[in-house]
Design a protein around this ligand. Structure first.
Ligand code: PLP
Length: 436
């Protein structure tokens, strides 16, 4: 279907004709009995293969870290200095202010939340003893952040994203006026799912703003800090340095991991923050472990070598990923461009494309796609409590399927968007539409 009609302003005959064509193509595609998945933000096998050297590293007899540590033994809760050194530039912190832990940064985020609620942040009273706890959640966002809040009874307040970070007027007004607001989720680079990169001014305002709660923390999840899809890449302002400059050194908790750099299931997670916060975190972690998997950290250090090695490794990922993102954009542009019924992001990094369909149409679009064998995450997943107030947003993860599968899935999804929108527009105009 070469869409030329703007469905919002086109004649009913034109919309009906475009809808009928889309419906016909959709039915033909559904009849093929496809089984495709754009829901899982996982690295593909091709990407995992890039790190297969890990399977034989550190290698026979290689178990000593640079400082002489025997990595086979207990100890070293902060993690090996050499792996912390490789990631310190990405985290924007000196090596001494970086913790290298187990395989999941989500665990560190979850635990930081639990420690703060139960014990309070460094120098503060337990959040949970101070009344209701609220977190600011830029939307659309990452469902597992919301699950961490929900699991701990933390109330979530949404703030809109603008394309270059959260709406800072809203953030400043809420955080400045409500002492129950103890924290905020931020994915500052190639955000999940919008792909946006926080502008320097946004980072600066987050570092500087007045918060009613003296023990407010930014949960700064830099999950995609080195995950560029372009050769030049984008950089963001250093939240730790800016917060320190504005007298709020303890405000940011910075998180990251190698999940989408090496092996998603057996990587290394990082926490970076002020010296006081690192001491606080280590004090709590020490009760849960006598030390992380240092052999895993050593083999990661052997594989990546240094920050340049990390950057070169990420370019290999980009070569695999970028064509898949381009395919989604190409198909959407061809199918949906100019129809006025959908808008989607063209991220320069990260793992997701964010698709906004007509108000009230995301649930129906996703159901149609599922019927045609194309799975995406359920409607509402990108909002707290699984509830998208406008039922518009759909998160697309093109990394895992092959390029051919991504193309086909994008076709099917675009046809589902057209069918759902056609039903809605025609119904609005009092036209009869068959919905099976
Ligand atoms: C924003 C964000 N943070 C964290 C994670 C998961 O991180 P980890 O594997 O280190 O737990 C993901 C995975 O999709 C993510 O998108």
């Amino acid at each position: 279907v070469q869409v030329v009609t703007d469905w919002r302003t086109g004649t009913t005959d034109d919309v009906r004709a475009a809808y009928d064509r889309a419906r016909g193509e959709y039915s033909a595609l559904r009849a093929r009995g496809l089984k495709l998945n754009l829901g899982r933000g996982k690295p593909s096998e091709e990407q995992l293969d890039l790190s297969n050297a890990l399977l034989s590293l550190p290698g026979d007899g290689d178990y000593r870290a640079a400082d002489g540590t025997d990595c086979r033994n207990y100890g070293g809760v902060q993690g090996l200095p050499e792996i912390r050194a490789i990631f310190a530039p990405m985290l924007g912190a000196p090596v001494e202010q970086v913790i290298a832990a187990g395989n999941a940064s989500l665990t560190l985020m979850h635990d930081a939340m639990a420690f703060a609620l139960r014990h309070g942040v460094a120098g503060g009273r337990p959040w949970a003893e101070q009344g209701p706890v609220t977190f600011l959640c830029p939307v659309p966002g990452y469902d597992r952040h919301f699950t961490i809040c929900d699991g701990h009874g933390v109330r979530m307040l949404t703030v809109p994203l603008t394309g270059h970070g959260p709406d800072m007027d809203a953030v400043e007004s809420i955080a400045g006026g409500d002492a129950s607001v103890k924290g905020m989720w931020c994915v500052p680079k190639y955000s999940n799912p919008t792909g946006e990169v926080y502008a320097d001014e946004v980072v600066e305002r987050l570092a500087r703003m007045k918060t009613a709660a003296p023990d407010f923390r930014l949960f700064w999840d830099n999950a995609y800090g080195v995950h560029h899809l372009t050769p030049q890449g984008r950089e963001i302002a250093n939240i730790l340095a800016l917060a320190e400059r504005h007298g709020n050194a303890d405000r940011p908790f910075v998180f990251a991991s190698t999940s989408k750099i090496t092996f998603a299931g057996s990587g290394v997670a990082f926490f970076a923050s002020s010296a006081a916060n690192v001491k606080w975190m280590l004090g709590h972690l020490e009760r849960a472990t006598i030390g992380p998997d240092k052999i895993n950290q050593l083999r990661h250090a052997r594989l990546l070598k240094d920050a340049n090695g990390l950057a070169a490794h990420m370019q290999k990922h980009a070569r695999s990923l970028a064509p898949k993102f381009q395919a989604v954009d190409r198909v959407f542009t061809a199918r949906l461009g100019g129809a006025g019924i959908a808008a989607w992001t063209r991220p320069e990094g990260g793992y997701f494309v964010s698709l906004d369909v007509m108000k009230g149409c995301a649930t129906r679009t996703i159901a149609l796609a599922k019927d045609a064998g194309i799975v995406v995450v359920p409607a509402g997943s990108t909002f707290p409590y699984g509830s998208d107030p406008e039922d518009r947003n759909i998160r697309i993860a093109p990394s895992y399927p092959t390029l051919e599968e991504v193309e086909l899935a994008a076709e099917g999804l675009a046809l589902s968007v057209l069918v759902a929108a056609g039903e809605a527009v025609l119904a609005q105009r009092g036209e009869a539409v068959a919905t099976r």
